[in-house]
Design a protein around this ligand. Sequence first.
Ligand SMILES: NC(=O)c1ccc[n+]([C@@H]2O[C@H](COP(=O)([O-])OP(=O)(O)OC[C@H]3O[C@@H](n4cnc5c(N)ncnc54)[C@H](O)[C@@H]3O)[C@@H](O)[C@H]2O)c1
Length: 276
Amino acid sequence: MSVIEKFSLKDSLAIVTGGAGLLGKQHVEALIEAGADVIIFDINENALEETKKYFLKKYNTDVLSLKVDITNEDEILKAKEKIFKHFSKFPNILINNAAIDPKFEKNSAVNKSRLENFDARQWNLEISVGLTGAMLCSKIFGAEMAKNKRGIILNIASDLGVIAPDQRLYKQDGLKDEEQNVKPVTYSVIKHGLIGLTKYIATYWADKGVRCNAFAPGGVFNNHSDEFVNKIAQLIPMKRMANLDEYKASVVFLCSDASSYMNGATLNMDGGRSVW
Ligand SMILES: NC(=O)c1ccc[n+]([C@@H]2O[C@H](COP(=O)([O-])OP(=O)(O)OC[C@H]3O[C@@H](n4cnc5c(N)ncnc54)[C@H](O)[C@@H]3O)[C@@H](O)[C@H]2O)c1
């Protein structure tokens, strides 16, 4: 097999959770370009429909878009049945990508993003998607992969799964310390937790032909303010955020035979931020 052939995902069937979101759609595109059939799990019905239309138009590929709340095991199990009916097989690739991007009211009397005020319900909600959802999908589809002796689970962590957030990035002039927004504690815990889940699964099913790795990307530029971009650039040796399509090749590498001896690892791709 030539080195280029090792990147091929022909005959692969992949699920991307949160595949209708900003980065999820890029993962889907990468998988399609490498030859895989793709299933998206997302809760955002409009985005699911738009994403399906987008790939039909761009690649003439019919992505199976399923409204699945990954915190709900019954919904995942129903989706599993639909997938088998549709493809007569189970997926050999799972990308655990879904997450809640929490929005906190700015300038309210109590800043709920701050640890001192962080609500346990908000904690549970975010953990249920970022960690419990990833565990449930891994359990249900990973078990089939282990039976088939073939599979790859890729957990989308973050540079903040490897380093702590620098809260100075989110500081706004004119606000007292207790009013400042911060990157919430859940983000660190979920992203570090996904790296733990990666190591657990990597050793649990290694003898069954299932590999599991984590990907730790840095922030993607998405119309952030100049002020934010200038601040974050100071923390990144390459002095810029990632472009939206810059992670596609890594996703194909991690989901293909190109990474056949990689297991339990975390691939950092953050312009060098985490080594400073
Ligand atoms: N965007 C970045 O700069 C960046 C950087 C590093 C890591 N990441 C990670 O990449 C992943 C994707 O980020 P994004 O920027 O595309 O976020 P996004 O908010 O655009 O996408 C997340 C998707 O997950 C879906 N989702 C939420 N709850 C769900 C549930 N219960 N069941 C199924 N789907 C659900 C949302 O509907 C959404 O489409 C996240 O894990 C994020 O932490 C993002």
